[in-house]
Design a protein around this ligand. Sequence first.
Ligand SMILES: [Zn+2]
Length: 673
Amino acid sequence: MICTNPFYTLEIGGASLFSCRPSGKNTAVPFDWPIFEIDGEKTEIAPETFGLTDRRFLNDKIEQLTFSGEARGCTLKLELLICAFTPFFRFRYFLSSNSDLRLTKSGGDSVSYFSYPDEGAVRRTEVRLSEYDQLVHSYRLREVPAFEHEDALMGPILAEERRDFSLLVAYEHGSTYPDKYLCYEKKDGKIALCAVKGNYLHGQSLRDDPFESIWFQAGAVDGDTDALARAYREFQLEYCSLNAASRKPYIFYNTWAYQERNRFYNKQAYLSSMNEERITKEIGIAHKMGVDVFVIDTGWFSKTGDWETNGSRFPSGMKHIADLLKERGMILGLWFAPPAAACTSEILKKHKGNIRSANGKTSTPGPVWETEDSYDMCLVSDYWDDFADRLIELAGKTGVRYFKWDAVSMFGCDAPGHRHGGEDSSQWERADNYSFNLVRYLSKIADKVCAAVPDAIVDFDVTEHGRCVGLAFLSSGKYFAVNNGPYYPNYDITVPPDQWINVFVNPGPARGWVCRKTLCYDKWIPSVLFMTHYLPDDPEASQLINLASLVLGQNGIWGDLPNVSDNGVALFRAVLNEYKRVRGDVTAADPVVYGCPGDSFEVYEKINRKTRRGLISVFTNAGGKYVYRVKSAVDGKPVVFGGASISEKDGFTYLTVQAKGPSAAILFFGGKA
Ligand SMILES: [Zn+2]
């Protein structure tokens, strides 16, 4: 079958799985059929009978094509997601059999998901998404010259700049570098994406337990690697996920900052401010500031697992809070620890067999932020489905639309009898299969919730090491990227007893240096998918730095709102009002970045190339005069906050900042009608 859109011609089936020819080019890139090890033999599944069996639109843009065919006693099904507006497409496999054929592992996982010819004269870049940087205590993106330092590349994105076009392949999984579950390798004149560990079980019956792969992505653009990154960024924003609300540039507020301050500054309990009176007060201020999504962090519930509202903290109920928010144009968000189930919860009674267990010992229950002791449940078990149903039910009962997921490590269960291996598999294999599958189950939960509640957003906290960071979850939701950044031990500093263990919790420029590091993703993946929270505290100089940072797309406010001055609230309102006029453009804009966080001078141009609207944020750390030539074409005179001015010379726009020291300015272009 041949499938075309403005960007490519895709020939599916035949000598190769598919062959992709970018529009206007003579060269096609053939992708080989997958190779599995079945009953000890490497088996290329190349069905002669391969053909289209189903075709349907999943939304107004994304179409799903299903192909199926028989080969060597197996049925290979291919699901392909295409869209007329992007050069990128997604695909995955299902492998099953009517006879008792089994996937095997003679020497570890043995699957080649796809491969394509290794053209010699190309520039390849590995785009690594899960490098954990201890200096800023958060994940960051790294571009690495591919195959120059390692033979087995983690990716998950591999970019290839050829003479007349650039090719991208990627896989949707997530783990922290260098913990590889799949990798790209060069072999037999090909570049192949291979399974490394945990992808399936040795002896997995294709009749009783058919194999379902993760999703893969591919596409090509007319241009260099930078053009590829721009197109890929747009794909991630508009045409990859069916869960569109996760891409919206709302302004988010989260209550946790004060809960933590109250604990360490005032020696109160984390949950002592978790009550209707305080939350109602914060809602009033959040509304004045221009917040869109009000997230109540931990402590709002009576028991984990059941996730009922705590009636003594919220006597009028959570629906009342959601209604208060709705009247003020805001959306309710709530905190969850997906694996936690309280010892006396109803859900635990049903799922006693699905408690997380390692080395034959079930997890020991412990308190969850001053609430009842809870067990850690295995999410790669039937528990996932009931947890998803619980969230859907809550959305109906309370109106919650934003689900913040915290405390999900990707390790720790090797129990037989869940969905990651039985008694036939070794303990190690069950542990690897659990870690491999965890992110797939997180996505299943998020997808089920979003299918039932289309405006729901699921956000996954990946502020700590060992989270499943990669492309899988981004197809279902978004990341919560930075909490407070580094702790004292990150810098080998001993923490005195009862001291707040985080370093960057004060107003001023320093927190921004840490938080803005995450903007490194914005070249490939929109910053709106890596939420990071900034402090609203006075003085005004700090507020401007934090505002100039958050409007770049991380969009989070980490608050102690009643402590913000009236002038501060008004400044947030004024800046966020301007931001909201252009936020669609800012979100769509691929960034032009000059300097790094902490440098004397740092500039971010977030101007939509098509509309010339958007904003520029400028930061200084040292006093002096800076004159900067703006690279983007901008629309008219800007609305400026902070000390910066604009001038025109020889057809260029110049930005001048006369700084006395650390400062920030924001220039909004094209906002006013
Ligand atoms: Zn388990």
